[in-house]
Design a protein around this ligand. Structure first.
Ligand SMILES: Cc1cc2nc3c(=O)[nH]c(=O)nc-3n(C[C@H](O)[C@H](O)[C@H](O)COP(=O)(O)OP(=O)(O)OC[C@H]3O[C@@H](n4cnc5c(N)ncnc54)[C@H](O)[C@@H]3O)c2cc1C
Length: 444
C-alpha cells in the first residue's frame, strides 16, 4: 500500500506517522514544498525574543529521525502541482533539482494547511509587508527586528496571532500599533471577557484603532480613514484561507469557509483522498455539523485518524470532532474559550443564561492573581453550552475542566459537584469554577 501525503506539518506528518505505526510495511511519501520539516508554529511569536535561538528549534522532529526512525520518505522542497484522481497520481515539482515528476498513490492525504489573507490595496504587495504564518515568515520578521530595529510596528488585524505579537513586541521595547477594520476585537469572545483585554491594552498604553479602513501604504506610512500611521514594519494578519487550489482543480468539493469538504471519516469526494488539518473542515460536536476552526491539536488528531483509517480501511472510525477549545497569552493574562460562543448560541436559538464571576486564582499563597469566568448554559436544564475565562495564573488548565464538562454534556449542577483539588498554592478552597457553577445554579 502506497500513500502520498501533500504537506508535511501537523496534519501531514501525523497521518504519515500513524500509517507507519500501524503498518510498518506501508510505503509513505510526504511531499513538502517548503524547506522545513514539521514545526510548532505556536512557538513562533516567542522565538522572536531570542536573537540567537534558531527558528529550527521549533521543529517537531529532525529530517533524519523522520526518515530513519519513522521510516517515512519525507521530501523537502517538493511541491505538488496537480492531482489526477482518475489515474491516482500527482504531479510534483522538485524545487531543488528543478524537475517535474509524477508519483502514483493508492491513498492520498491532502494536508496543505492555510495561507494568510492578503490586503488587496496599493502598497500592500510590497516586499516589506510581513505575515506571520510560516517559519520563513518568522525568519524575515526576526531579521528586520534585529537588523533594522524598528521603533514602531503596525499590526493590521487583531486576531490572536497579532495579539500574541503585540505582547512580544512590547516586551522587546518596540511600540505596536493595531489597526482593526471591525468595530471590535475578538468577535467570538464575550463582551465581559473582551473588556479585560481592552483594559490591558489601555494599561500598557498600546494604540488600538477599530472600525478603521486602510486606504494604502506609501513607503513607511499606512494611510487610513482615521489618519496616517508610520511604522518601520507592517505585519498583516487578517484571517486565513484554506489552501485548496490543486484539490478543487481536480474536482474536489469545498465546504465551510472554503475548506476541503470532508465526511466524518475525513474522506473527501475524490476516491481514496482524505484531508486533515487547516485545509479541511472540522466537525463541531455541539452543532452536529462541520465548521472551520484551524488549530494545532485538531490538525494532529485529524492527521492521526486519517492515517489509521487508511490502514484500517474496512473498519474506519469517525472523527469525534472539536468543542472549539482555544487559549492564548496576552501579557500576564490568559484568554481561553471552549464550547459555543454567545453568538453561536443565539444563532441556533437555544434559550440561555450567562453568568460571570471574578475570583482570586489561589488561596493564601503568594503569586496568585484574579480571574473572570463566564459560563453560558441552557435555561431550564443548566446544560453547559460554553465557557470563557480571562485572568492571571492558573487559567488555561481550568478551562480544560470546562472543556471536559462540555464533552460529557454535563450541567452546571454537575460542575458544582466535581471534586476539584485544593491547596492554597493552586486554588482558593472554593475553586473559581465551583464559585461560578454555584452562581449559575441560582439562575437556571
Ligand atoms: C503564529 C501562529 C501561532 C499559532 N498558535 C497556535 C496555538 O497556540 N494553538 C493552536 O492550537 N494552534 C496554533 N496555531 C495554528 C497551528 O499552527 C496550525 O493549526 C497547524 O500548524 C496546522 O497544521 P497543518 O498541517 O494543517 O497545516 P500547516 O502547518 O499550514 O502545514 C501545511 C504544509 O503544507 C505545505 N504545502 C501546501 N501546499 C503544498 C503543495 N502544493 N505541495 C507540497 N506542500 C504543500 C505547506 O508548505 C505547509 O508546510 C498557530 C499558527 C500560527 C501561524
Amino acid at each position: 500500500m502506497k500513500t502520498v501525503i501533500i504537506g508535511g506539518v501537523a496534519g501531514g506528518l501525523s497521518a504519515a506517522s500513524q500509517i507507519k505505526r500501524e503498518d510498518q510495511s506501508a510505503q509513505v511519501i510526504v511531499l513538502e514544498k517548503s524547506g522545513d520539516v514539521s514545526y510548532a508554529a505556536c512557538g513562533m511569536p516567542y522565538n522572536l525574543y531570542y536573537k540567537d535561538k534558531p527558528v529550527e528549534d521549533l521543529y517537531a522532529l529532525g529530517l533524519e529521525d523522520i526518515r530513519n526512525e519513522r521510516g517515512i520518505d519525507y521530501r523537502l522542497h517538493h511541491e505538488v502541482l496537480s492531482i489526477d484522481p482518475a489515474r491516482k497520481k500527482v504531479t510534483v515539482f522538485d524545487r531543488e533539482r528543478s524537475q517535474e515528476y509524477r508519483e502514483k498513490y493508492d491513498y492520498l492525504v491532502y494536508a496543505t494547511g492555510n495561507q494568510p489573507n492578503r490586503l488587496p490595496l496599493p502598497g500592500f504587495d510590497d516586499a516589506d509587508i510581513f505575515y506571520f504564518k510560516t517559519l520563513d515568515d518568522t525568519r524575515l520578521v526576526k531579521k528586520v527586528i534585529y537588523e533594522k530595529a524598528p521603533s514602531t510596528v503596525i499590526l493590521v488585524g487583531s486576531g490572536y496571532t497579532n495579539l500574541e505579537l503585540v505582547d512580544v513586541l512590547y516586551n522587546m521595547k518596540i511600540t505596536p500599533v493595531i489597526l482593526e477594520k471591525a468595530a471590535s476585537i475578538l468577535p467570538s469572545i464575550a463582551e465581559e471577557i473582551r473588556v479585560k483585554v481592552l483594559e490591558k491594552l489601555k494599561e500598557k498604553g498600546i494604540t488600538l484603532h477599530t472600525a478603521i479602513d486602510i486606504i494604502e501604504k506609501k513607503g513607511t506610512v499606512v494611510r487610513t480613514t482615521t489618519g496616517d500611521f508610520e511604522g518601520g514594519m507592517v505585519v498583516v494578519s487578517i484571517g486565513v484561507k484554506p489552501n485548496t487550489a490543486i484539490f478543487s482543480a481536480a474536482g474536489g468539493e469545498l465546504g465551510v469557509g472554503g475548506a476541503v469538504k470532508v465526511d466524518r471519516f475525513l474522506r473527501t469526494n475524490l476516491p481514496d483522498v482524505f484531508a486533515a488539518g487547516d485545509c479541511a473542515e472540522h466537525y463541531v460536536r455541539q452543532l452536529g455539523k462541520n465548521g472551520y476552526m484551524p488549530l494545532g491539536p485538531t490538525a494532529n488528531k485529524q492527521g492521526r485518524l486519517v492515517g489509521s483509517n487508511i490502514v484500517n480501511n474496512t473498519a474506519m472510525k469517525e472523527f469525534y470532532g472539536i468543542d472549539q477549545t482555544a487559549v492564548f497569552k496576552f501579557f500576564d493574562l490568559t484568554v481561553a474559550t471552549t464550547g459555543l460562543s454567545e453568538r453561536q448560541i443565539q444563532e441556533i436559538g437555544t434559550p440561555y443564561v450567562k453568568v460571570f464571576v471574578d475570583t482570586p486564582t489561589r488561596g493564601a499563597f503568594p503569586g496568585g492573581g484574579t480571574m473572570r469566568i463566564l459560563l453560558l448554559f441552557e435555561k431550564g436544564t443548566g446544560l453547559l453550552l460554553g465557557g470563557q475565562m480571562i485572568g492571571q495564573d492558573v487559567v488555561a488548565k481550568r478551562l480544560d475542566v470546562l472543556a471536559t464538562v462540555i464533552y460529557k454534556q454535563m450541567t452546571v449542577f454537575e460542575l458544582a459537584e466535581i471534586d476539584l483539588s485544593y491547596s492554597p498554592l493552586y486554588a482558593p478552597v472554593w475553586d473559581p469554577l465551583l464559585i461560578a457553577a454555584n452562581k449559575a445554579i441560582k439562575e437556571v
